[in-house]
Design a protein around this ligand. Structure first.
Ligand code: GLU
Length: 478
């Protein structure tokens, strides 16, 4: 096998979504595993819908995920330019080849005419396909249209009675018959090539060895294969990966905001967890392993373990991945992630609590959080002093009792001591544990359920604990 070169070829018409990110991850993993090259190519042939800000966002989100490319629009490379809008001349020379070989013809049909034809086909229960009408125009008829100033698009003439056999690395042998294919546009009337054409020229010129892409592109592949043949270019190996479905087995809609990577970033998901999770959507790691980090993300990646189906995006699974990463992460690294996500706030908490307590609290909070966002919210609740007072008489009595016990407590402020004393105080107070402990927890974090009290008290520190209880009692505890 020659050098492995894979590519991710997004169209900058929107933010990077899970499907795109998964395609990028698979191609990246294969290239890294085989010590080859991973190329980023921007497919901006749809001039109207392509936006610079989307291109920038895609690059930013890929980097955030930890996917780095060897060649691309921002860093160049030996096969550039890497933006299709800048490759116009290259495409023209290949169009010229097709013209010389008489494999394409001008089509003067208007959008309206084509639409009418399409609707009629559908009405008759047939798959819409271009009739090939313009292929049969005489040179006189063509001239007439040119004289009217009609700019043609150029269509590739589908050869009759041919079988196109694709050896797909995931799906095995796939056979297409040309009788089901319609003459397709390679160059639009504005001189811009179509996706199928530009993609073939670029993949060939960029020496792409493997194309891993979503199954939705399988229907484009026979057209692309015909172009490779017509241009006498060597096609890459194709692997069409299963489309990502939601829990109801429906296609993940791009319109749902939560399929954009940005959504997960903003919600405080870790890129490491997402990248790991993406590599399990339609692919599995050996021995059913799930948490895979660092180099193993690609050394353990294998084309053989890409499945034909079963790429289900389950938010609960992603939550599990993220939670696991948060739980396992080195505490200093987690702090870094939190600061990146939550900014100055997190630094303020640290200052207020002091280094030691801050880490204790971080440890406590991470155990009950799924995302960084949740961690920051919890930290805020834990550090801030709530003014919402207790109205209930019994609760007030418990707090009063606790306050005086804590004020008198002069043993060292450690888990063991606190644990023993809490038990003692509960007994002394005469209130049942089911009442006593939840009141204390509520006064400290605004919830009756939560972390173990001894650990919570140690992490918050005596001063903060007293301050919080007093605030809950109103009148500074008097
Ligand atoms: N620009 C195409 C897309 O974003 C790329 C398809 C391909 O990988 O060939 O879907």
């Amino acid at each position: 096998m020659g050098r492995v070169r894979t590519r991710f070829a997004p169209s900058p018409t929107g933010f990077l979504h899970l499907g795109g990110a998964r395609t990028a991850a698979f191609n990246w993993a294969l290239a890294r595993k085989e010590k080859g090259d991973f190329i980023l190519r921007i497919e901006d042939t749809d001039r109207e819908r392509s936006k610079k800000q989307f291109e920038e966002a895609i690059l930013e989100d890929l980097r955030w995920l930890g996917i780095e490319w060897d060649e691309g629009p921002d860093r160049g490379g030996p096969y550039g330019p890497y933006r299709q809008s800048e490759r116009g001349e290259i495409y023209q020379s290949f169009i010229a080849q097709l013209r010389t070989k008489n494999l394409i013809y001008p089509c003067y049909c208007t959008v309206e005419e084509l639409e009418k034809e399409r609707k009629e086909a559908l009405k008759r229960g047939k798959a819409p396909r271009y009739s090939g009408r313009c292929f049969f125009l005489s040179s006189e008829e063509r001239k007439q249209r040119e004289e009217k100033g009609i700019k043609p698009s150029w269509r590739f003439r589908i050869p009759e009675g041919k079988e196109i056999v694709l050896e797909d690395l995931v799906r095995g042998k796939v056979v297409f018959h040309t009788s089901f294919l319609g003459d397709f546009v390679v160059l639009k009337s504005d001189g811009i090539p179509t996706y199928n054409f530009a993609c073939v020229v670029d993949d060939a010129l960029m020496n792409i060895s493997h194309v891993l892409r979503g199954e939705e592109h399988l229907s484009n592949t026979p057209y692309q294969v015909l172009l490779y043949q017509a241009l006498e270019l060597t096609p890459p190996l194709f692997a069409h990966v299963p489309i990502i479905l939601d829990e109801e087995r429906a296609k993940l809609s791009k319109r749902r905001g939560e399929v954009n990577l940005r959504f997960f970033k903003e919600e405080g998901f870790l890129p490491e967890a997402i990248l790991n999770y993406l590599l399990t959507l339609g692919h599995s790691f050996p021995e059913g392993r799930e948490i895979i980090e660092g180099e193993e993300l690609y050394t353990l990646f294998s084309l053989e373990r890409i499945s034909k189906g079963g790429a289900i995006f389950d938010p609960a699974r992603l939550n599990w991945w993220n939670k696991t990463y948060i739980h396992r992460m080195d505490i200093k690294k987690l702090e870094e992630k939190l600061i990146q996500w939550g900014g100055e706030k997190v630094k303020e908490f640290k200052e207020e609590l002091g280094e030691e307590r801050f880490y204790l609290l971080l440890d406590l909070v991470r155990e009950e959080s799924i995302t960084l966002k949740e961690m920051v919210e919890k930290l805020r609740d834990y550090v801030s002093v709530k003014e919402e007072k207790v109205e209930d008489e019994t609760q007030l009595k418990i707090l009063k009792f606790l306050l005086s016990s804590l004020e008198r407590f002069n043993a060292s402020w450690e888990e063991k001591e606190i644990k023993e004393n809490l038990r003692l105080w509960q007994k002394e107070s005469g209130f049942p544990p089911s009442l006593f402990y939840p009141v204390l927890r509520w006064s400290l974090i605004g919830r009756e359920e939560g972390p173990e009290l001894d650990r919570l008290l140690v992490a918050l520190g005596k001063e903060k604990v007293l301050e919080k209880i007093k605030a809950r009692m109103g009148n500074n505890g008097n």
